[in-house]
Design a protein around this ligand. Sequence first.
Ligand SMILES: Cc1cc2nc3c(=O)[nH]c(=O)nc-3n(C[C@H](O)[C@H](O)[C@H](O)COP(=O)(O)OP(=O)(O)OC[C@H]3O[C@@H](n4cnc5c(N)ncnc54)[C@H](O)[C@@H]3O)c2cc1C
Length: 398
Amino acid sequence: MPGAPKPQGGEGTPSAKRHDVVICGASFAGLTAARELTGSGADVIVLDRYEIGERPTSACGIPTDWLRALGLMEIELQRFPELVVHTPGGTIVLDLPYTFSTFNYGDMCELLARECDATFETATVTGRSTGEDGEITVETDRGPYTASLVVDALGWRRILAADKGFQPLDAPLTRALEVHPTGSSGDLEVWVDRRYVPAGYGWSFPAGEEVRVGVCSYDPYSHVRDGTDLLAADLEHEQVRYQGNWIPHRLRPATEEGVFFAGDSAGQCLALTAEGIRTALYFGIAAGRELRAVFEGWQTRDEAATRYAEFCESHRRGFGVLLFVQRLIPWIPPRLLAPLFRIYRTRRLVNLTFDAYLRVAPPDFADDGSAHDEEGPGKQQRDAEQPLRAERDFVKAE
Ligand SMILES: Cc1cc2nc3c(=O)[nH]c(=O)nc-3n(C[C@H](O)[C@H](O)[C@H](O)COP(=O)(O)OP(=O)(O)OC[C@H]3O[C@@H](n4cnc5c(N)ncnc54)[C@H](O)[C@@H]3O)c2cc1C
């Protein structure tokens, strides 16, 4: 395997170099797109304002099978076969049809990057322009980068959009904040409780020697600092190492004027649960595969854009159902939550809904067939059931 992308460019080194592909954003979506292009011979550059894996903004919970499919089981910190749901009327334990795992953001980014033969440069992307020949120029604080194939994997800001992306608060954005105290637990827990947030939920995701405790609000106007502090205090955790960000909860166009958007920049985070890692990985892979086919001469950029847009569009129903339930939850009287979750707990219902939920972005899409030698509870379960397989500004504002 080629080595990790090589940081290049010193202070004030403008680059006007032309590349085959410019990928903006070196997180889940951007790195998987770059990984798909590895070995194609394309000259790929990945731009990010920070070093790879430097700034986590996530509790990093993911279906275990996604780690397995990417060949990244070594970064798994903890694995959970159950989800513990707390409501004002009681606690319900859901026996899940597949497990979830936690990992460290930096570990995943580092391993994904190591499997890329792209070049990496730190640069802050500010915008783009498209020439008459279709060539796209990405503007950055380190100068312009040009390519005919460009990916915006820059997160919710969607900086390469013609309309300059979203501006909170009048946008379909969920607000999320968490603390990372030292501690341990064996349970993956969520709280659907208006004491913490009027519309949204709280969580506790244990990850080795720390616990990630946070709150998200589907209403961007509703602050989450007090709810996060209250939940951490109730769990007797220190309120330290805050990190948070906006999370989109509605799909946005996946392509625009030759630019491919993947992950949060295309609104590809699942509403209701705010799970956006596996979808960013999934659509990053999809975008990378389309671009690779262009580079290898199988299709034109326009054909790739049409195919990618259609692929993304074909997921609208799954995303829409989750958005519908997200909008419904605040209308359910709190006293009804526990009885409803008790009805829902039925094994068939949980399996049906969680399997459908996983199928929105299934792990076998990423599977290259090389990552299935791992033993342990996950393997036994798979064999038995055959499942598909801070921002600093934000924290300050809170
Ligand atoms: C508190 C919190 C907890 C979460 N927990 C989970 C969870 O447990 N599981 C889950 O699945 N999802 C979770 N999410 C959602 C998940 O983090 C996102 O959906 C996911 O990170 C989206 O990945 P992405 O690659 O599209 O974008 P991002 O991860 O946001 O990456 C965007 C990249 O672009 C870079 N960038 C941004 N602007 C610029 C610029 N102008 N110039 C250059 N580079 C730039 C950033 O530095 C970053 O590297 C959580 C979100 C929050 C806020």
